[in-house]
Design a protein around this ligand. Structure first.
Ligand SMILES: [Zn+2]
Length: 312
């Protein structure tokens, strides 16, 4: 699932490229009876309403909140896109495929130019298309159709955004503020807590494993048992690794691609995630990376240098 670094990579790109353009048209093939009467474009009637609401408006800004992409439009309308498991936004020139082509390719839309946008199979699942005033398109490729898209009044954000914890990359998110996130979490494990979006927002399974590997803390450590200096190591590793993820265009170990259709390269820096059975790459560590299911999440860590702090 795209996490903070992938979402920020997408947002940085779109902020630069689509701000100031207006939305000419919207198309979608999402349609699920499960979402009937829900505030989600997977309900056909809701989609019609959204289409009417956004057509003709100008994109004023693109922002990230947690793992959500917010596309702010003129007149206080915001489009929220959560890419979930397999979604990612692409930006370029697309055209509708005709019926004849559809028999051989299942796509409704196809990128005009050759390159990763057209040829990488992960970029082919086009479920949502915004036609922009410069003739280019912002499209959502979403293989498994798990993405969430809806609109809201910019001045009245939905509860899901209001409940998000602080953003770890905000400049004013200091170590003191980091510690303030934890008082009510006595007895909770550190990995589980880093994944909790209402505590700290934006971190998911991959980056939490990398942060804890870097900090030398076992993912099942109890928060109250972790010494302050190790908590500081988690805090500084978190900032460093998330920035590194953004600098490398996010990680494309699975479906995620940047808006130009290309892969990010953070996956080549992974030290723990999906490194099961490999020798730990930390200097002077003779450990091996192991995989364990922790609270339902596949977790990778070094069996030697990641210390288990337990209050029991
Ligand atoms: Zn190690």
């Amino acid at each position: 699932m795209p996490e903070l670094a992938e979402v920020q990579t997408t947002v940085n790109y779109l902020k630069r490229e689509i701000s100031g353009l207006s939305i000419k048209d919207v198309w979608s093939c999402y349609d699920s009876p499960f979402y009937k009467n829900k505030e989600n474009i997977k309900d056909k009637n809701y989609f019609k309403k959204m289409k009417k609401e956004v057509r003709g408006r100008t994109i004023s800004d693109v922002e990230r909140k947690g793992k959500n992409i917010l596309i702010h439009l003129s007149g206080d309308v915001t489009i929220l896109i959560h890419m979930k498991m397999t979604g990612h936004l692409l930006y370029g020139e697309y055209r509708r495929t005709n019926r004849k082509e559809k028999r051989v390719t299942f796509e409704n839309w196809i990128a005009v130019k050759k390159g990763p946008m057209r040829d990488d199979p992960f970029n082919r699942f086009i479920r949502l298309v915004f036609t922009l005033s410069n003739g280019l398109h912002l499209v959502l490729s979403d293989a498994r159709k798990f993405a969430t898209v809806f609109i809201y009044n910019t001045k009245d954000p939905p509860v899901s955004l209001m409940k998000l914890g602080p953003d770890p990359l905000q400049k004013n998110f200091t170590f003191k503020k980091f510690l303030e996130c934890f008082p009510f979490l006595v007895g909770k494990q550190i990995k589980q807590t880093l994944l909790e979006q209402t505590v700290i927002s934006g971190i998911g399974n991959i980056y939490s494993d990398e942060i804890l590997w870097s900090a030398g803390v076992h993912p099942e450590s109890s928060i109250e048992a972790i010494p302050q200096k190790k908590l500081y190591k988690i805090f500084s590793s978190m900032k460093f690794i998330l920035h590194q993820g953004i600098d490398l265009g996010g990680n494309s170990v699975s479906d995620y691609r940047k808006p130009d259709g290309k892969k990010g390269s953070y996956q080549y820096r992974h030290k723990a995630y999906q490194k099961k059975g490999r020798k730990c790459s930390r200097r002077n560590c003779n450990g091996t990376i192991v995989r364990r299911m922790i609270k339902g999440r596949s977790t990778f860590f070094c069996c030697e240098h990641q210390i288990l702090y337990n209050s029991k």
